[in-house]
Design a protein around this ligand. Structure first.
Ligand SMILES: *Cc1c(COP(=O)(O)O)cnc(C)c1O
Length: 425
């Protein structure tokens, strides 16, 4: 079904701008797309620097034909890279068979995906999956589960990012994101990051849940201190509060295991997933582990029209299948280690260390030059992300090869030089 663009029925704005290799495809220049963007798209993301028209594996091409090594992967999302044939095949086959049904009906990929997620999570008897369309929605679901305990308090951590819808935003910490939209749903308190004493002091029988990320992605690739998660599990259990682990960014192979929490030996009450799950097709999941938690939301208390959509769930099944078939978890560990080990010497003196796990890495800078380094990288054909002023985030496709990682490390000394020379911000 993934026909050559010239064989596809014409759709203005789609088939007429596809950039096909070896073919003088009709396309507008990047500057023109960016100009049209700023007159039609709401200004919530600022002005984009490039218009991207095509991708293949770990590479993308812009509207001017420039190629980039995509070390951000749609923000930890395109885990199989771009235009992966197995993903394209599964989505095309499902869309040409049954594209959408209401939640009054079951569909095979929806059921198979839920079963597969429970299997990968080694979920105990009685566990269940609620399927949605994004990370924020996955956390909204978890928030509603927490409310159903009947307890008024919900804990999250300073630096937390759980999404931008009003409930997820209440769990998110960053004042710039929250304050313009207050009042937010009440009862949420943010505790100092990684501080077990503060957690212990905050926990009582009024606490419904603690929300945590194993590695805070948006806060700058900040892993929880070793031992925190296991202790948080014990402490929440002791007061009957739920432990909700937000694996929207860290899940689905990103850190070199299927899920980041597994290595810490904990069984959460709720795990939320999105980003990488669909390999680039929107999908989210709220997984409740065990009978008691799974019984908290009952018929009529939650829903979404698109959740469990056959095409999105087929995409997720294809993504999980390829990760297993091609042993991408081993690749994540190997290539991640290569980048983490090589970046401080290649990026010296600006890059001082690397944090994170697998292929979710934060390059720490000696000075707040992340924007300048990311801009230099883009000019040189590498997409990276200035996640904070002094941290550059890498979250590439899990198919990134050692050679591709090396090409970035080889370019890094010069990128650092350019970033160092850039004018003081
Ligand atoms: C990106 C992210 C979210 C929000 O996901 P959206 O799909 O953007 O709604 C939530 N939690 C974490 C940890 C994330 O990284």
């Amino acid at each position: 079904m993934s026909g050559h663009p010239s064989e596809l029925p014409a759709v203005p704005g789609v088939t007429d701008v596809l950039h096909v290799p070896g073919e003088a495809a009709q396309r507008a220049a990047g500057a023109e797309w960016v100009d049209r963007y700023s007159h039609a798209i709401m200004a919530t993301y600022g002005t984009p620097q490039r218009a991207l028209v095509r991708g293949e594996g770990a590479y993308v091409w812009d509207a001017d034909g420039q190629r980039y090594l995509d070390l951000l992967g749609g923000i930890a999302t395109n885990v199989l890279g771009h235009a992966h044939p197995t993903l394209v095949g599964a989505v095309s086959a499902q869309l040409s068979t049954l594209g959408h049904v209401s939640n009054f009906f079951a569909s095979p990929p929806q059921v198979a995906l839920a079963e597969r997620l429970l299997e990968l999570l080694h979920a105990p008897q009685g566990s269940r999956v609620f399927l949605s369309n994004s990370g924020a929605e996955a956390n909204e679901g978890a928030f509603k589960v927490a409310r159903r305990t009947g307890r008024p308090r919900v804990l999250a951590l300073e630096g937390a990012f759980h999404g931008r819808t009003m409930g997820a935003l209440a769990l998110t910490h960053k004042p710039d994101y929250r304050e313009p939209f207050e009042p937010l749903p009440g009862g949420v308190e943010h505790l100092p990051f990684g501080d077990l004493g503060a957690l212990e002091a905050a926990l009582d029988g009024e606490v419904a849940a603690l929300f945590v990320e194993v590695i805070q992605g948006e806060a700058g690739v900040r892993p929880l201190p070793e031992g925190y998660l296991a202790a948080a599990r014990e402490l929440t259990t002791s007061v009957g509060a739920l432990l909700v682990v937000d694996e929207v960014q860290t899940g689905v192979g990103r850190t070199g295991g299927w899920f980041a929490h597994t290595r810490h030996g904990v069984v959460p009450d709720v795990v939320t997933l999105a980003k990488g799950l669909g390999g680039g097709i929107p999908i989210g999941a709220t997984v409740t582990l065990g009978e008691r938690t799974s019984g908290l939301l009952v018929a009529g208390q939650h829903g979404t029209t698109f959740g469990g959509n056959p095409v999105a769930t087929a995409a997720a099944l294809a993504t999980l299948h390829v990760i297993e078939r091609d042993d991408l978890l081993a690749n994540v560990r190997e290539v991640g280690h290569r980048l983490a080990a090589g970046a401080p010497s290649a990026g010296a003196p600006l890059v001082t260390s690397v944090d994170g796990e697998g292929l979710l890495l934060g390059l720490r800078l000696a000075r707040p030059r992340a924007k300048e380094l990311a801009a230099a990288a883009l000019e040189a054909g590498f997409i990276v992300n200035a996640v904070t002023s002094d941290t550059v985030r890498l979250a590439p496709p899990l198919v990134l090869s050692a050679d591709q990682a090396d090409s970035f490390l080889a370019a890094l000394p010069q990128l650092v030089q350019i970033a160092e020379l850039a004018e003081e911000p």
